[in-house]
Structure formats: C-alpha cells, structure tokens
Design a protein around this ligand. Structure first.
Ligand code: ADP
Length: 401
C-alpha cells in the first residue's frame, strides 16, 4: 500500500490540492487540482502525474454555497478513489500568517491552532479559510498528522530595519511590524536559483510574484532581505482586488469624512480595489488585456508602474540587481506586463529580448547581459510537501510530535 501526502491551499473562493508520494525526494505530484469559483460557480479541475486531465467523476456534486473546508471530506474520498490502495498519511497546509514566532513549518497541535487563530485579524480574508481546512481534516481524520507552512516564515531573515514601521516603539514591540508574505513561493524560487544562475544565485536577486495577490522580494544568498508586503497582505503592489501601498490618510478620510465603518473600509481595500477598482471591469489580468476600454489599459499601466517602482526600491536594499525573476500567474504568462515593467527599468540596465518574452521563455535577457531576467514557474505545493514529509516522516518527526 502506498503512503501519500496531501497538500491543501484553502482560500475564500478556491481549494487547491496536490498529492505527493511519501518517499523522500519525490517532488512530482501524483495528482494536482483545484476547485475554483467556490461560493459562486464551482469548477473542478485536476490532472494526474502525466498531466492528463482527470474527470470529476466520483466527486459528489458541489453545492455552490459550500466553503472550501466543506469540500474536504469529498476530496479525500475522490483522492482515495483515484489512487486506489493509497493511504493519506499526512497533510500539509498553506497558512498565510505565522506571526512573529514561526520561522519554519510546524506540526499542528491545539496550541498552535489557537495561536494561529489570534492572527486572523492580520489576514482576515485568508487565515480563517486556512484554519478551517485544518480543523475539518482533524475532525475527519483525527490521527492524521498535519503541518502548517507559513507564507511569513521565509522573511524571518530580514534585518530589523526592513521589518519595523516608523511607529511608536510600543507598537513595534507588540508585533506591529512588516512580516511579508508569499514566502512559500519565494522559498521555491530561491531553491531553483542555482540551476538557472549558477554562482550568481547568491547575488542580488529581485523576485516579482505577480498573481491575484502580488508582491516582490529582494534576496541575497537566496534569503529574503526585504519585501513589499507588510503587517498584512494589503501593502505593496497593486493586486487583483487589493489596493497595495496607500497613504494612511486615505483611511482616516474615509472614516471621518465618508463615515465608513471599519468593515466597509476593509471590503473596499481587500475586495473592491486594485485592477478591479481602477478598471471597473475585472480583477483578472488576462481579461483586462483582452478589453479595449481605456479604464482597463489604465489599470494595467498602474499595475506595471507600481511594480517597476517597487523593483527599483527593493534593489536599493541589496545594493543593485544581478537578476530579476518573474513568477505566478501574471509573471509567468503575461508578456505585456513583463515587457512594460522591464521597459520602465531600462535605465537600471534591465534588457529583454522581445521574441523570448512573447514565448514565455525561461531566459528573457540577452546572452551575457549584466542583469539576468528569468521566468520561473512557482511551485508552493512542492515546498509544503517537502516540509510535511520532513516533519511527519523524516528524522525530525519524532522531535516535533
Ligand atoms: P492565485 O494563485 O492567487 O489565484 P495566480 O498566480 O493563478 O493567482 O494568478 C492569477 C492571475 O494571473 C490572474 O490575474 C490571471 O488573469 C493572470 N493570468 C493567468 N494567465 C494569464 C495570461 N495568459 N495572460 C495574462 N494574465 C494571465
């Protein structure tokens, strides 16, 4: 009987999953899939190890009103049916916020869950869904070990200066600091850098994770030096629905002059801003690129302008730039966005070849360029599977449990 590891990334409108062999070093998933459109129009999609599409057959009809965690019992049955004879021996979860104390993944315990619950106000749109998935699995399979992998952990290497806000010290001491996110994606990209860059992997690298959520991280020696997101996932780049960096005076104005409640402001900043807010059309980059409306073009222009400014600003923290990496949905697929960002960084010496860019090639910069420009597909699930395997099956497992 084969033992497998289940990886879950539960969000407000999607449940992503992957299944890996328990065997050490087996980094290719046996299954990978997603249920998107949760809460509105759920769509199931999955592929096997060879990349062939798998049918929803065996997955009970999805109630449009269900939540991501509500789909987990069904998913477990479906996985077992597709991998006949396999036993899910452990589960790993993406958890957005790990707070100040988790510099790495951790085995889930009751204490850990209540610590993570306390962080919900810092990631109100993500953390509750991540934790609900853990609870649901614990109820369904109480003996199965679970591991929480945090998007904040990778950034624990940042200097204090990169972390603190210019606020009264008492607030800093309370933990009101910049944590940074997308750390699982950055960890994966960092692990691939030697194969793309050789000795330059330890150099000054800026990684642009441009997806529905977007951030940028400056790395040196494959470690995080500074990043664009802060205490919450609202800061930094303009995103699909989130505003990114905003004058805090705007929030005061909305409260005092527009009499908006905290909840209304939260909805505005997390759900109604970004590409959606500026275009008034969509939060989806691919959709905006196919739209002629000037508002769509302005939204894309602002996205690229903000991203280029942030790349240049983060290059300051590492004293220059040896490589610029694009990743995630927009970074991996939008030649238009990459070309626009790189054109704005031409003064820094960033050059790309138009033909390579249009083909989404791995290397966009010309041979011998001072600054390497690469497209590297991210893989957060593999990082979660590795951590789950190490903490539940490997040498470190006994010490943790
Ligand atoms: P998440 O994992 O947070 O859902 P993704 O990393 O999948 O986000 O990125 C989603 C974004 O990538 C969407 O804005 C989508 O339109 C964009 N995207 C995906 N493919 C393309 C493409 N071919 N051209 C432009 N944008 C794309």
């Amino acid at each position: 009987m084969t033992d497998v590891i289940l990886v879950l990334n539960a969000g407000s409108s999607s449940l992503k999953f992957a299944v890996y062999p328990k065997t050490e070093g087996a980094n290719s998933p046996l299954l990978r899939g997603k249920i998107s459109g949760i809460g509105t129009k759920p769509v199931f999609s999955a592929r096997d190890a060879a990349g062939l599409e798998l049918l929803q057959h065996g997955f009970a009809p999805i109630d449009p009103k269900t939540t991501a965690d509500g789909l987990i019992p069904n998913l477990l049955d479906w996985v077992q049916a597709h991998l006949s004879g396999a036993t899910i021996c452990a589960a790993g979860h993406r958890v957005v916020h790990g707070g100040p104390h988790h510099a790495g993944p951790a085995v889930v315990t009751k204490t850990l869950l209540s610590d993570l619950e306390a962080l919900v106000p810092l990631a109100p749109m993500h953390q509750p869904h991540n934790l609900a998935a853990i609870r649901c699995l614990a109820a369904k399979a109480p003996d199965m070990p679970q591991v929480a992998c945090f998007d904040t952990s990778f950034h624990h290497t940042q200097d204090r200066l990169a972390q603190i806000f210019a606020l009264p010290r008492a607030l800093t001491d309370e933990g009101i600091i910049r944590y940074g996110f997308h750390g699982l994606s950055y960890e994966y990209i960092a692990s691939t850098l030697p194969s793309y860059l050789g000795n330059r992997a330890d150099g000054r690298v800026v990684v642009a994770h441009l997806g529905s959520g977007a951030s940028i991280c400056a790395m040196q020696n494959q470690r995080s030096v500074a990043t664009s997101m802060g205490l919450t996932v609202l800061d930094g780049l303009m995103m699909g629905r989130r505003c990114g960096t905003l004058d805090p005076g705007v929030v005061l104005y909305l409260m005092e002059e527009k009499h908006m409640s905290a909840q209304q402001i939260k909805t505005l900043l997390y759900r109604q801003s970004g590409l959606l807010g500026v275009s008034g059309i969509s939060n989806d980059m691919a959709t905006l690129e196919q739209t002629d409306a000037p508002e769509a073009k302005q939204a894309i222009d602002l996205f690229c302008y903000r991203a280029a400014r942030e790349v240049a600003s983060l290059a300051v923290t590492i004293g220059g730039l040896d490589a610029l990496i694009f990743t995630a949905g927009i970074g991996e697929n939008s030649a238009t966005v990459r070309a626009d960002i790189c054109a704005r960084l031409r003064w820094m010496g960033v050059r790309i070849e138009a033909a390579a860019n249009v083909q989404n090639a791995a290397r966009l910069s010309p041979r011998g360029a001072d600054i390497e420009v690469l497209v590297i597909p991210t893989d957060e699930e593999t990082i979660i599977a590795q951590a789950t395997r190490a903490l539940t099956c490997g040498a470190g497992a006994a010490a943790q449990t």
